[in-house]
Design a protein around this ligand. Structure first.
Ligand SMILES: [Zn+2]
Ligand SMILES: [Zn+2]
Length: 179
């Protein structure tokens, strides 16, 4: 089997979708994407962005007046609705049950999102980049110890990363794709 014939695992498949969702982020302090999955079906997606109707950071160029970029706000309160919260809100708007679902996120959920995830009945979290440290990690671990949720860090394999980049760069319905 050559590299192009290798297919992503289910975890890689949904992480790839979360990474695609992250490209829609409108607050660039943390470009984050999330997909909620049930029975191997995507039921909702979300990305990090200003609340519906509020100006996009990417339009004004910063999070708050006085800052030059969103990145400068990384340690300040976020003005964005986080990707996980947006995905859960999207499910709510469309009447889609999240009980027993799994969420794939490009960044480990912050505590607010983790609490929301648990209360939405989502039991499994897969994330690419870790986030919580110190006391925040202690609170996270207390929820895990209570059996409320599981968290697992996952990555794309080098081969799938390369294949995905090729698929994004070239038309994929041609036999010569990537050549
Ligand atoms: Zn911003
Ligand atoms: Zn969050």
């Amino acid at each position: 089997m050559n590299d192009l014939e290798q297919r992503p695992t289910w975890d890689e498949y949904f992480l790839l979708m979360a990474k695609l969702a992250a490209t829609r982020s409108t607050c660039l302090a943390f470009p984050v994407g999330a997909v909620i999955v049930k029975d191997r079906q995507v039921v909702a997606t979300g990305y990090n962005g200003s609340p519906s109707g509020s100006v996009h950071c990417t339009s004004q160029g910063y999070c708050y007046p006085g800052l030059e970029t969103c990145a400068a706000s990384a340690s300040l309160p976020s003005r964005a609705v986080h990707a996980e919260a947006n995905a859960i809100a999207q499910a709510a708007r469309h009447g889609i049950a999240t009980e027993g679902a799994t969420i794939y996120v490009t960044l480990e959920p912050c505590l607010s999102c983790l609490k929301l995830i648990i209360s939405a009945g989502i039991r499994e979290v897969f994330y690419e980049t870790s986030f919580n440290k110190g006391e925040k990690a202690l609170v996270r671990d207390s929820f895990i110890d209570e059996g409320l949720v599981t968290l697992k860090q996952i990555y794309l394999s080098e081969k799938i990363t390369k294949k995905s980049a090729d698929f994004l760069s070239y038309p994929t319905s041609l036999l010569s794709a990537g050549n």
